[in-house]
Every structure is written in structure tokens, then in C-alpha cells.
Design a protein around this ligand. Structure first.
Ligand code: NAD
Length: 549
């Protein structure tokens, strides 16, 4: 069935109140053709990350949200609505659990068996929790990561450097723009021409080379000239990365954002893009073996670039884990991006904070941008980001913004937005949420919690506590997922969304949720022994019982 879904705009409510209207619009926004990678299959991003289990479930969720009262809560089990209970007005309107499996059963084959039986779906991170905002959602994080690479190795700018990476999908598509925003030259390998063209159309990618030779010539010249330009090239990264290494391409930074977390979403060498889906569906085991072997070639070439002196890091897609299974013994020679660049930010509860204008009006986001500059304009890097995003980011679906804020900051932004809704400065309410790539709501030993100081990488009590505290604090919807980012068996994570509808009640909820949620990041890192987190807790008044007299 071919269907087109798009969030309603404006101030006319379809649901009974803005809290449920917001959930409805964000579910629909996730599947907007401008936003989702494969909306016809309900796939939003990240390989097979879905917004609802099937179209019947989607319709039932839509109906429930339309009818839901302000003292009722809808329960969603892996994309299917399974119950509506009487709760109270401080309770979330929707509680979501996606892709969760009991430990010994948490493998891709078992997950797929259950998925085929129609019992579950893959929720990724913000797909199944209805707060995906298109490629912008990852753009600032990618920009900050490359800025950290620049600060560590290249004197604070990527000007005059060449970054080689792969994957121009929903998240990976942010890489070329993030690299050029840092002044660098980028070469990005993508096997699917349609994906590459989509990034060209949305201005995330500057140019698409006709073949490898011309791509190499173009980026080599651009690097020499210090030109900030991104060039895509069509090919299989498992073949092209080793080829580029053999050619002696002088790459300064190498990473990857293909969908390596799911072997069926990574194209093996020798398989045509056109045959990909049918082959993976018909012979998943054979396909998995082949894609892991190819990932071993791919990661092997990245290790080769590491040996040649490049800055190499894993970009949170499990390529190292899968490549190791495919026979690359040295896959873990290069680090993940969180321990390499991001953890100090996590110690402050900092991470990708985001909001979307339910009105559909870009002017509302422009007004919130001004509010952020007013509140945090002294933070020069943040101010630079907000200005650059205003100029260079094309919206997908409902206008939205992202910026990294930490403990003690987020609730100020949320309260200001709520006041702006109340005063009419914004034409309709805004939703405020965050990525699951986050300081205190994720257990993911290959990514957010890789190499924790106390070895607590796989302790998954934290995301559960995060979902519980956000539920107790008044979030509008809360989600608890397994397997996002890095794949089944490798992560447990939670999300929350608040709706700033301009009411005093929303203000009280927002203040609590946007304090307690980043507070989890601070206490998680205090508990693991990070001194910076202990300083933040002491300076900003986060209570940690075992550190009190
Ligand atoms: P996606 O499925 O939308 O895109 C992946 C892209 O990789 C597709 O365009 C696909 O054609 C391409 N690809 C697959 N195999 C290839 C190959 N062999 N050679 C060249 N191209 C190939 O996924 P996405 O949303 O862009 O996410 C990419 C990965 O990043 C996922 O594993 C996801 O879980 C992870 N992720 C990382 C972060 C982070 O913060 N670092 C955040 C979200 C997601």
C-alpha cells in the first residue's frame, strides 16, 4: 500500500489537547517523506528503525491519540498500541517500549524470527520514540565531533585536511556538511546513488563525482587549496576504502557511518544495490556472513589508514564489532568516538537537545534561536552553531532545531519556550526532546558507555532509572528501547519528550524533566568516578547520596 503521511500544521487540533496532538504530529512527522528514509515501509532511519509496527498499528495509534483524554495513557509495545489506562494529568500520555528482549534471546536471528511473526519491530533510537527530526538531529553532534578532532589533531580547524568516510543515509548524511562547517575537505563513499542524490538535493553534500579517479583528483586538489568542499562517490566502502589506501590517498581523518550495526543493512562486496533487499530477506544467514567479511575488509583498511598516521575513529555504528566477527583481528585498534571526544561533555549532562515547532512555521524556530542566543550567547561555540544552523540547515518536515545543552541549561530553554507559547510569541506549542545518544539514559558498551572509568560499560540499570524518573517527573511521552544505534544485544536506552503548550502545568513538568533528565548524565558519570562530573554535581547542586556527609 502506498501512503503519504505528513504532520498537520497550524493551531487547529485534531486531538483533544496539545499534549496528545504533539505526539500525533511527531509520529506523523517521523514518516513524512522529507524526513523518513523509507516511509512506505514505516522505516524512518538507521537501517530498519521504524515508527510503528505496521500500517494497521499506525492507524490504531493515530485513532487512540486523537481520542485520548488528559488523564489517560496509551501503551505502545514495539510499535503496536496495546492498551489505554486511566492515569492522571502528570503522567505521560504515551509510554513506549521498543525491541526489548530478555538477555539470552537478544540476538539478531531471534529478533528477526519474532519480527517475522509480527511480534516486535526495530525502534532504533528516535524512530520508534517519535522525535526524529531528519539529518539535522545528528548534525550538531557530528559537527562537534569533527570540531573535537580538529582541536585534538589539527590546531582547531579541519582546513587543509581530508576526511574519508562512508554512508550517506539518514544520520551519515550529516557528515559532509559537518566536515565542511569545520573547514575541511570530505570524501564520502555511498553505494546507493539515490541516497547520495538526496543529500545533494538537501545541500548536505556539495558534489557527486562521476568515478573514483575524478573524486580522488578533486579532493586531493581541494585539500591542497584548503577548500571546504564535500564530494560523494558511488561505490562499496568495503572495496573503495582498501583501494584508496592502496592508492596512497593522504587521508587525515577516517571514519564510517554505514548501517554496520545490522549486517542485513550493510551491502557486501559483489552484491548489487538492486538485489540487496531480496537477497537479505531470502538468505539472511548467508548475507550476514558475506557482509561481515566485507566489513572486515572495510575496517582493515581503516586500520591501514591508522597505521599511516590518520586520526581514525568508530562512529557509533558497530563496524568494529561486526568486522571482528568477520575476521578482522585488529578492528578494535581504533577507538569509539565517545571515549575519544565526547565523554567530558557527558559529565556535564550535555548532549543533543532538540525541539520542533508544531505550527510548521520556520519563524517559530527563528524565534527560539533568538531565545537560545539570548540565554546562552556567551557560549561562543553554541552561538556559532545556532547562527550557522539558521543559515545553512534545510528543514525536513516540521521545522526543528538541535543544540547541545547540559545540566542547569535545558530547563531554562524549556521554560523560556513555554513562556513564548503562552505570550503568543510562538504561534503554536513546541515539543522538546532529545536523542537517545545521551549522557545518562544509555547503556551501550560499543558507544555511549565504551571504556567507562569503572568498567561499568554494560550496566543497564541507568536507562531504566532514566525512563522511570522521566515518567515520575511529568514527561509527555517516555520510551525504553533495546538495540538502537549499535544493534540488537548491544544497547539499552531511554527517551523522553515534553510539550511546551504554554500552560503553568507544562512549565512545572518541564522544569522537573529538563532538570532530572540531564541530571542522570551527571550522576551516572559521578558514579563511574569521573572527576569532572563530581565537580559539576558540586557546582550545580546535583545530589549524590554516597558523596554526602
Ligand atoms: P541509513 O540506513 O539511513 O544509512 C546507511 C547508509 O549506508 C545507506 O545510505 C546505505 O546505502 C549505505 N551503505 C550500506 N552499506 C554500504 C557499503 N558497503 N558501502 C557504502 N555504503 C553503504 O543509516 P543512518 O541513519 O545513516 O545510520 C548509520 C549508522 O550510524 C547506523 O549504524 C546507526 O545506528 C549509526 N548511528 C550513529 C549515530 C552517532 O551518533 N554516531 C547516531 C545515530 C545512528
Amino acid at each position: 500500500m502506498s501512503r503519504t503521511v505528513r504532520a498537520a500544521r497550524g493551531t487547529t487540533l485534531t486531538a483533544k489537547n496539545w499534549q496528545t496532538e504533539a505526539a500525533l504530529r511527531m509520529l506523523h512527522n517521523n514518516l513524512d517523506p522529507e524526513v523518513a528514509e523509507r516511509p512506505q515501509d514505516l522505516v524512518v532511519y538507521g537501517g530498519t528503525g521504524k515508527a510503528a509496527r505496521d500500517w494497521a498499528s499506525f492507524d490504531a495509534i493515530t485513532r487512540c491519540l486523537t481520542e485520548l483524554a488528559e488523564d489517560e495513557t496509551l501503551l505502545v509495545q514495539s510499535g503496536k498500541p496495546v492498551g489505554v489506562f486511566r492515569t492522571h494529568e502528570w503522567a505521560p500520555r504515551v509510554l513506549i517500549a521498543n525491541s526489548n528482549l530478555v538477555g539470552d534471546w537478544a540476538t539478531w536471528p531471534e529478533f528477526r524470527r519474532l519480527e517475522q511473526l509480527g511480534l516486535t519491530m526495530y525502534g532504533q533510537m528516535t524512530a520508534g520514540s517519535w522525535i526524529y527530526i531528519g539529518t539535522q538531529g545528528i548534525l550538531q553532534g557530528t559537527y562537534e565531533t569533527f570540531a573535537a578532532v580538529a582541536a585534538k589533531r589539527f590546531g582547531g580547524t579541519l582546513k587543509g585536511t581530508l576526511t574519508v568516510t562512508a554512508g550517506l543515509g539518514g544520520m551519515g548524511g550529516a557528515q559532509p556538511l559537518a566536515i565542511t562547517m569545520n573547514g575541511g575537505t570530505a570524501l564520502v563513499v555511498e553505494c546507493d546513488p539515490a541516497r547520495a542524490r538526496r543529500r545533494l538535493d538537501t545541500r548536505y553534500l556539495d558534489e557527486l563525482a562521476s568515478d573514483v579517479d575524478s573524486a580522488v583528483r578533486r579532493v586531493t586538489a581541494a585539500k591542497r587549496a584548503g577548500e571546504a568542499v564535500s564530494v560523494g562517490v558511488i561505490g562499496n566502502a568495503a572495496e573503495l576504502l582498501p583501494d584508496l589506501l592502496r592508492r596512497g590517498l593522504e587521508a587525515d581523518v577516517v571514519t564510517d557511518q554505514t548501517s554496520a550495526h545490522d549486517p542485513l543493512a550493510y551491502l557486501p562486496i559483489g552484491v548489487d544495490v538492486a538485489d540487496w533487499h531480496d537477497y537479505a530477506t531470502a538468505k539472511p544467514d548467508e548475507f550476514t556472513d558475506r557482509s561481515r567479511e566485507s566489513m572486515a575488509e572495510h575496517a582493515g583498511a581503516m586500520v591501514g589508514f591508522l597505521d599511516a598516521g590518520a586520526e581514525v575513529f568508530d562512529y557509533g555504528n558497530s563496524l568494529r564489532g561486526e568486522a571482528k566477527l568477520g575476521g578482522c583481528a585488529r578492528a578494535f585498534d581504533y577507538p569509539g568516538f565517545v571515549p575519544a571526544y565526547i565523554r567530558p561533555l557527558f559529565c556535564e549532562g550535555k548532549g543533543p537537545f532538540r525541539w520542533a515547532a508544531l505550527s510548521g512555521e520556520p519563524a517559530d524556530i527563528a524565534a527560539t534561536d533568538r531565545a537560545i542566543l539570548d540565554l546562552f550567547g556567551d557560549d561562543h561555540s553554541l552561538a556559532r552553531w545556532i547562527r550557522m544552523a539558521g543559515e545553512r540547515v534545510a528543514y525536513q518536515g516540521l521545522p526543528a532545531r538541535i543544540c547541545w545543552l547540559g545540566y542547569g541549561e535545558r530547563h531554562l530553554a524549556g521554560l523560556r519556550f513555554n513562556e513564548m507559547v503562552a505570550s503568543g510569541e510562538l504561534s503554536a506549542p513546541v515539543v522538546i526532546g532529545r536523542d537517545h545518544l545521551d549522557a545518562g539514559s544509555v547503556a551501550s558498551p560499543y558507544r555511549e558507555t565504551e571504556a567507562m572509568a569503572d568498567g561499568s560499560d554494560a550496566i543497564a540499570d541507568w536507562p531504566l532509572l532514566n525512563a522511570l524518573v522521566n515518567t515520575a517527573s511529568g514527561a509527555s511521552w517516555v520510551s525504553l528501547h533495546h538495540g538502537g544505534g549499535v544493534g540488537i544485544g548491544r544497547s539499552i536506552h531511554a527517551g523522553q519528550v515534553c510539550v511546551a503548550d504554554g500552560t503553568p502545568l507544562a512549565a512545572r513538568k518541564i522544569e522537573r524533566v529538563l532538570t532530572n533528565d540531564p541530571g542522570m548524565g551527571v550522576i551516572r558519570h559521578v558514579d563511574a568516578g569521573y572527576e569532572r562530573a563530581a565537580e559539576v554535581a558540586a557546582e550545580r547542586g546535583v545530589r549524590v547520596p554516597m558523596r554526602e556527609e
